[in-house]
Design a protein around this ligand. Structure first.
Ligand SMILES: Nc1ncnc2c1ncn2[C@@H]1O[C@H](COP(=O)(O)OP(=O)(O)OP(=O)(O)O)[C@@H](O)[C@H]1O
Length: 534
């Protein structure tokens, strides 16, 4: 990433707008750093309209305006001659810049070299930019071009070939447009080969991942929303288990997915991509993939009666499951209308789930420890199974923070992508206004769990046993219906996908079991957003 004192450099990259120069040219630490670095090439180029002495080191490219004759004692000149630089790890492509006349058959006249750079913008956002090094000598540019190409080839974590799954139905059906207009041009620029499959039905990516050849690929990318992303992650993990000869119909410790997964947010909620990148932004997601920024992410297995149902990252039972089940009945509505409508209707029929929850706590943070002492009679039993039972409005089990537009700090702000624990958030039965007050807090301030009816735990395993004999039927006016014995199912919301399960669900955490393309995030500042439906 570009370093601290880079105001003027960034302006040079973005078209040469002048910004205030730093008071001194090169800071002492940078000077020492530059001196320690071996020089690979040195030459004259025009940068941002002025002649510069350009030095290519092993880690940085530095340029300094060529000094005019310096009248003795004139300090203004040292200000003009400040050095600027970029780190080579931020460069993702290099091209020879040529001028082509209209009818020209040949490759055109060399004008210089263009470097394509990944810039860090405001919080968590990445942006592509260019730096032109102008020199009309073909030989001179060719030497620099080759050296820069060689240097780029040395970044071994950057993908060269990607398998892409694109869901054309995501959100308002704009995933194809997002991919072909914003993503593919950047991947091409970076010289990454792609093999795109446009999915034709739900489960298509999963079935292809069982059999398709992945050997030549460095990573897999999903263009879509949470449903697609979680399907592809599940497919990759399932494939890894099958390759390793794991039996998923019994309790097992999964092996890691073999390839990293990139997520391009093109869905209606994009919780996974948002949690991964700290922002739901297509160019940021694409640049993380191109730059080969990889981070391991904790995964959950969801099983029932010992059999694996699926891999995933977050689940909601109760209100979260019921509202999703209801929303599925209104697929003809736009995604946001459908979601808002289902939330309002589920709130109108708000009903607690009668269940027993057993969990294996990990270790509690100080705040949570205090809360647990006050609120949980069995607190302080880390490492031992604990059980709570009663009437619960919602139970969330989340291995990732679940950032989204209506919860900018996340539905589970106390967990991280790979901190080796899950957040268990239990909302006991309360009045509708109190529950709504809790939901509204997600959009703004920090203490959304500061209610007497909410308990939070850091856990590594959870078992949820529904005790209702009344099943859920989202078609019924009040949402519930007596089902013949043995046919009762309960709706779970797993990464935004509906999972209907008849009996207990066992959730286990598997730290860092999959790698995603994504960078280390900056914490979000407190921000207030509005939720349309509450
Ligand atoms: N061609 C297709 N037709 C219908 N459904 C598809 C198709 N391809 C994939 N799907 C399924 O569509 C479901 C929803 O897609 P996706 O998650 O990409 O979009 P979304 O629902 O708009 O976004 P989000 O999940 O973020 O709210 C996924 O479960 C996926 O398996």
């Amino acid at each position: 990433m570009p370093r601290g004192r880079r105001g003027s450099r960034v302006s040079a990259l973005e078209g040469g707008r002048e910004e205030e120069a730093p008071a001194a040219g090169l800071q002492p630490p940078a000077e020492a750093e530059a001196a320690a670095e071996r020089t690979l090439l040195r030459g004259i180029f025009e940068v941002s309209g002025g002649g510069c002495d350009v030095v290519l080191g092993e880690r940085t490219l530095r340029w300094r305006p060529i000094r005019p004759e310096r009248p003795a004692g004139n300090s203004k000149f040292s200000l003009l001659c400040k050095e600027d630089s970029i780190e080579l790890q931020d460069v993702f492509s290099v091209k020879l810049k040529r001028r082509h006349s209209f009818k020209q058959q040949t490759r055109g006249t060399v004008l210089g070299i263009t470097l394509f750079i990944c810039l860090k913008k405001e919080q968590n956002k990445l942006k592509d930019s260019t730096l032109d090094l102008i020199n009309y000598s073909e030989d001179h540019c060719d030497i620099w071009f080759r050296e820069l190409k060689k240097m780029l080839a040395g970044f071994s974590s950057r993908p060269k070939s990607l398998k892409i799954f694109l869901n054309p139905q995501s959100h308002k059906k704009e995933a194809s447009q997002v991919y072909y207009e914003k993503v593919e041009p950047l991947l091409k620029l970076a010289g990454i080969e792609t093999d795109v499959t446009v999915t034709e039905y739900k489960g298509h990516a999963l079935s292809l991942l069982q059999e398709c050849e992945l050997q030549g690929f460095d990573g897999v990318v999903c263009v879509g929303g949470d449903g697609s992303a979680s399907e592809v992650a599940h497919g990759l993990l399932l494939r890894a288990q099958e390759s390793a000869g794991m039996h998923t119909d019994q309790v097992f410790t999964p092996v890691r997915a073999q390839l990293p997964l990139g997520l391009i947010p093109a869905g209606s909620t994009n919780v996974l991509a948002h949690s991964l990148h700290g922002i739901s932004h297509v160019v940021t997601a694409t640049l993380h993939i191109i730059m080969g920024h990889i981070q391991p992410v904790d995964v959950c297995t969801f099983s029932t009666t010992g059999k694996l149902l699926r891999f995933g990252f977050s689940a909601m039972f109760g209100f979260g499951g019921r509202s999703l089940a209801l929303a599925e009945n209104y697929r003809w509505m736009s995604p946001s209308k459908r979601r808002d409508f289902a939330v309002i209707k589920t709130l109108a029929r708000l009903k607690p789930e009668d269940c027993e929850i057993s969990f294996l706590p990990l270790s509690s943070s100080q705040d949570e420890g205090e809360r647990m002492e006050q609120e949980s009679p069995k607190s302080g039993c880390n490492g031992q199974w604990q059980t709570v039972q009663g009437q619960f409005l919602n139970v969330s089990i989340m291995a990732i923070p679940c950032l989204c537009a209506v919860a900018p700090r996340g539905l589970a702000p106390n967990t991280r992508l790979n901190n080796g624990s899950m957040s268990l958030i239990i909302v006991r039965n309360t009045s509708r206004p109190e529950f709504i007050k809790h939901l509204k807090r997600y959009t703004s301030v920090k203490n959304q769990f500061n209610f007497p009816f909410i308990e939070t735990y850091n856990v590594e395993e959870v078992k949820v046993y529904p005790r209702n004999t009344v099943g859920y039927n989202p078609g019924e006016e009040d949402g519930s219906q007596e089902m013949p014995s043995g046919n009762t199912t309960f709706p779970w919301n797993v990464d935004g996908d509906l999972m209907e399960v008849a009996s207990e669900v066992h959730v286990r955490l598997h730290p860092g079991c999959i790698s995603f393309y994504g960078g280390i995030m900056e914490e979000m500042n407190d921000s207030k957003v509005t939720c349309n439906c509450l």
